[in-house]
Design a protein around this ligand. Structure first.
Ligand code: OOG
Ligand code: MG
Length: 241
């Protein structure tokens, strides 16, 4: 059953085709859903993708409210999801993509080495971007792409920095890093704990995305998307078709 559910999600992502929710019919609980996520990621690794880190999800109220799920979750990042800063995202390979501002941490010896402004592209494989907690866990927490801006040493006071999400030069979301579990470093600690609890130890050079401080916005072809994080700088991409 785990492998059949992983195949369904894998095919949905590969063909950019939304599928119905699957967790309730399969009786999946969160633990079973993480088994599906692992099997799904293993299919990508078997095709030559490499793990590059971990993403935290639903670490802010804004995100919990947007998707109607109120538990902190985590997913895997792979190099196939990497987008160059200032690079282009091909929307034709995605279903109903959204962008959200993120903070990225660089891992060294299971600790934080550096921090960077970042963006995540999420793309639920479920119809209507609508899912339960086990659905979104099985779907690798909607992960589709990520952009990391310039790294810098972790400044004092990461817990109250302004966060802007801009589309085509207009501010579309505003927030604060305080929205991320009170301090984004807590999201890093949660990544160590939750991924570690599933046998995934953070490796040197990996990235941890702390989870968005604001709601995500839908992407349209041609959009230029930029995250601006106070003291940290910017990360951006352009949506192409
Ligand atoms: C789930 C992924 C949540 C975040 O930053 O909170 C997430 C979703 O919104 O589809 O990546
Ligand atoms: Mg995110």
């Amino acid at each position: 059953m785990i492998s059949e559910l992983a195949d369904r999600l894998d095919r949905a992502a590969l063909t950019a085709t939304a599928i119905p929710r699957l967790a309730a019919a399969a009786g999946l609980d969160p633990a079973g859903a993480y088994d599906v996520q692992r099997a799904l990621v293993e299919r990508r690794l078997a095709r030559g993708d490499r793990l590059t880190g971990v993403k935290m999800g639903l670490t802010s109220r804004a995100k919990m409210a947007q998707v109607g799920v109120d538990e902190v979750i985590w997913g895997h990042l792979t190099d196939g999801m990497r987008i160059d800063d200032g690079g282009r995202v091909d929307l034709t390979r995605l279903i109903h993509p959204r962008a959200e501002p993120e903070i990225a941490f660089l891992v060294s010896h299971s600790a934080v080495e550096a921090v960077a402004p970042a963006l995540e592209v999420i793309d639920s494989r479920f119809e209507g971007f609508d899912f339960s907690l086990p659905d979104v866990i099985a779907d690798n927490t909607s992960a589709a792409g990520y952009v990391v801006g310039p790294w810098r040493p972790v400044p004092d006071g990461l817990d109250n920095l302004g966060v802007l999400l801009e589309v085509n030069g207009r501010v579309v979301q505003t927030g604060s890093t305080a929205a991320i579990l009170g301090d984004p470093r807590r999201a890093f600690d949660a990544a160590v704990r939750l991924a570690g609890g599933r046998g995934v130890e953070l490796r040197e050079g990996w990235i941890v995305l702390a989870g968005a401080a604001t709601a995500a916005v839908a992407l349209k072809p041609g959009d230029h998307v930029r995250a601006v994080i106070e003291k940290l700088g910017t990360a951006s991409f352009r949506a192409g078709s």
